[in-house]
Design a protein around this ligand. Structure first.
Ligand code: HEC
Ligand code: HEC
Length: 166
């Protein structure tokens, strides 16, 4: 089963595909909830919904523990093509108190995802999914509320900034 995950999410849980998220170092609770959401089709994705349909609760617990224990991506740091956008993203993250749930260094916390070092394209897509109501997430709509005031330019800047954090 893990072998099949690796085809897209990478051998070490670090994905090389821009729209496929890395899983290594994500909080166990976050990972388990996402698999439960895919399985119940509360979060719909043409790839992940069928894959999770046959997972048992025990499988989901094992998968969460497995990827949570892997070291997070430490990809080589490339030269930032747009430091002005990074600065804007950093300011927006502070103004919107994103770290209050995602952790001081955006390393994730319980049911809130690790964001540091995630693919920029994927972060951008995830934020738009919340904004457009395709994804609701855990609890009392923490993320739909968080993205409510953000423009698509804000979302671009936040994604650019967060993807470059290590
Ligand atoms: C064919 C490619 C593919 C395979 C195989 C695959 N995934 Fe995924 N996975 C994806 C894509 C693409 C997404 C992003 C979905 C989206 O955009 O909402 C994803 C999302 C996820 C997420 C949500 C992560 C997040 O940050 O929100 C989890 C958890 C996950 N996959 C776990 C698994 C597990 C466990 C397996 C093996 C049992 C697996 N995946 C197999 C492509 C794949
Ligand atoms: C009140 C707590 C809270 C705040 C504030 C918050 N988040 Fe979240 N965030 C969460 C939780 C909980 C999840 C997991 C939601 C789910 O189950 O889909 C999440 C998920 C995400 C995801 C999806 C990650 C993935 O791998 O799929 C992104 C991206 C994200 N948050 C970015 C942000 C940004 C950017 C901000 C600030 C503008 C922010 N969050 C503010 C709690 C919060």
């Amino acid at each position: 089963m893990l072998q099949s995950c690796a085809a897209c999410h990478g051998q070490l849980g670090v994905s090389a595909i821009p729209l496929t998220p890395s899983l290594a170092g994500q909080p166990d609770g976050f990972l388990q909830w996402q698999l439960v959401f895919f399985r119940s089709r509360t979060r719909i994705n043409e790839v992940m919904s069928p894959i999770s349909a046959t997972l048992t609760d025990a499988d989901i617990r094992a998968l969460g523990a497995y990827f949570a224990a892997m070291p997070a991506a430490s990809l080589p740091v490339e030269k930032d093509p747009d430091p002005v956008l990074t600065e804007r993203g950093s300011k927006l993250a502070q103004q919107n108190r994103c770290a209050s749930c995602h952790g001081e260094r955006f390393e994730g916390d319980k049911v809130a995802a690790r964001l540091a070092g995630q693919h920029e394209e994927y972060l951008n897509k995830a934020l738009i999914d919340y904004k457009e109501g395709r994804r609701r997430g855990v609890g009392i709509a923490a993320m739909p509320n968080a993205v409510g005031p953000l423009s698509s330019e804000d979302i671009k800047a936040l994604s650019h900034y967060l993807a470059r954090l290590r």
